[in-house]
Design a protein around this ligand. Structure first.
Ligand SMILES: [Zn+2]
Length: 431
């Protein structure tokens, strides 16, 4: 069957607006930072239950994923952390199956003093540009999750349901490793396509870079400052490494080193010096310093090649420094080992999404080449499932005063109802 007229769907979506605002606000209240995702996951599982889906908590089994391609090494406890998976199974299958993936974890709001209010006490703010919800995770990406739930709930309110299987996935660990989504796919929750409503402003993601985390440990020689002339300061030696990584970054971003798809982006490969920990006393020459970095890589490049380049560069720096030559810096890999990925917007699924967007917005969606990673890579690279990001507009994600646009979420929900109808088929809801 066909969807009812647009005006009817639009009204059903409008009628769910307050429910969405209340649910999103509640979900943002759970500070689902790395390692603290559990309570937020349980709350979300309750929402899936309420919508009538078969909801399961799926604990991660390290043994099952640690040797899979795309696994990222960690130095924290992964075993037993729970993903949530909720399945809508209509019994028959008239179309193709679809996954919605929205990670539950959020990045740290620190330093909280930069926020105008408590990051985990969400605020609904009316502006000239519409209604926005403020709070850590409101955009990235609890607002994305609520956007697809908005579409599914509105269809239910109209007495309809997707005519093929829908699998809602709420992984942990997206912001650090992606191991949550990897574990969901390893468990066999596979579909014909996947949408990740990351907050990229109603664009369709076609490319994303890879991301690698590494840390460099430099040892110095401790000494009381009285004899500072003789000690070796590990913090100051680490500066040599930071400079070397910055010049490597500049090389990667030179026009002739960029693949075709990234030529029109000025600085696609970003290095971030994320944390630095060194020394332990103001009057002692710093004896050890660990700097944590994040580096990007282009789609098609291998993490192992980037690792080798980084290690070679650091070895070159060390060879020129009498102390580092004798005491070579140690490179360690913890967290993201994510390769870049592409989505074929001209394939069946890309066309279905683009048509759904055009139907509601009157023109094609902007295509996005992202300079960050998302969990989309697992579907595309390792499971052959077409996957992309299509989600609402948010501002200040990973920064102070993060906020998401309710009207944009509403528009995403509209488009998703049409995508569900064309991809999965639609039928009367069983009572
Ligand atoms: Zn995200």
């Amino acid at each position: 069957m066909k969807l009812p007229p647009k005006a009817t769907i639009r009204q059903a979506i409008r009628d769910r607006r307050q429910w969405v605002i209340n649910t999103l606000t509640e979900l943002v209240r759970y500070p689902t930072l790395l390692g603290r995702e559990e309570n937020g996951q349980r709350y979300l599982a309750g929402i899936f239950d309420h919508l009538g889906y078969a909801t399961r908590m799926e604990p991660i089994k390290l043994e099952r994923i640690k040797d899979l391609p795309g696994f990222s090494p960690v130095d924290w406890t992964l075993e037993g952390k729970e993903n949530v998976v909720a399945v809508h199974d209509p019994g028959t299958s008239q179309g193709r199956t679809l996954a919605f993936n929205g990670h539950i974890d959020v990045v740290s709001p620190e330093p909280v003093k930069l926020w105008s209010s408590d990051p985990f006490e969400p605020r609904v703010v009316e502006k000239e540009s519409g209604t926005w919800i403020y709070g850590r995770g409101s955009g990235d990406m609890k607002g994305g999750t609520l956007s697809y739930l908005w579409a599914l709930a509105a269809l239910q309110d109209l007495g309809l349901e997707p005519a093929s299987k829908i699998i809602c996935q709420s992984p942990v660990e997206e912001e650090a490793t992606g191991n949550g989504t990897l574990a969901i796919l390893e468990r066999g929750y596979l579909t014909d396509a996947c949408i990740i409503p990351e907050p990229f402003g109603e664009t369709i993601l076609t490319h994303q870079v890879g991301v690698m985390w590494f840390q460099v440990r430099v040892l110095g020689q401790t000494q009381h400052v009285l004899g500072a002339g003789h000690g070796i300061n590990a913090i100051e030696k680490s500066w040599l490494i930071i400079q070397a990584m910055r010049s490597l970054e500049e090389e990667f971003n030179q026009q002739h080193n960029k693949p075709e798809a990234y030529r029109d982006i000025e600085h696609p490969i970003n290095l971030n010096v994320g944390t630095i920990e060194g020394g332990d006393w103001a009057s002692t020459v710093a004896g050890e310093c660990v700097t944590r970095f994040r580096f990007g890589l282009f789609p098609g490049e291998k993490c192992t090649d980037l690792m080798r380049t980084i290690e070679e560069r650091i070895a070159e720096v060390a060879a020129k420094d009498p102390w580092l030559k004798e005491n070579p810096p140690q490179v360690e890999y913890i967290g993201f080992r994510a390769e870049g990925a592409r989505f074929n917007i001209d394939g069946d699924f890309g066309r279905s999404l683009q048509e759904a967007h055009e139907l509601w917005r009157g023109g094609p969606a902007v295509e996005l080449k992202a300079t960050c990673t998302t969990d989309m890579r697992f579907y595309e690279l390792y499971y052959g499932i077409p996957a992309t990001c299509y989600g609402p507009l948010a501002r200040n994600i990973h920064a102070a005063d993060e906020h998401v646009s309710i009207e944009s979420m509403q528009r995403v929900a509209e488009v998703l109802t049409s995508l569900i109808a064309s991809w999965c088929g639609i039928k009367r809801r069983r009572s």
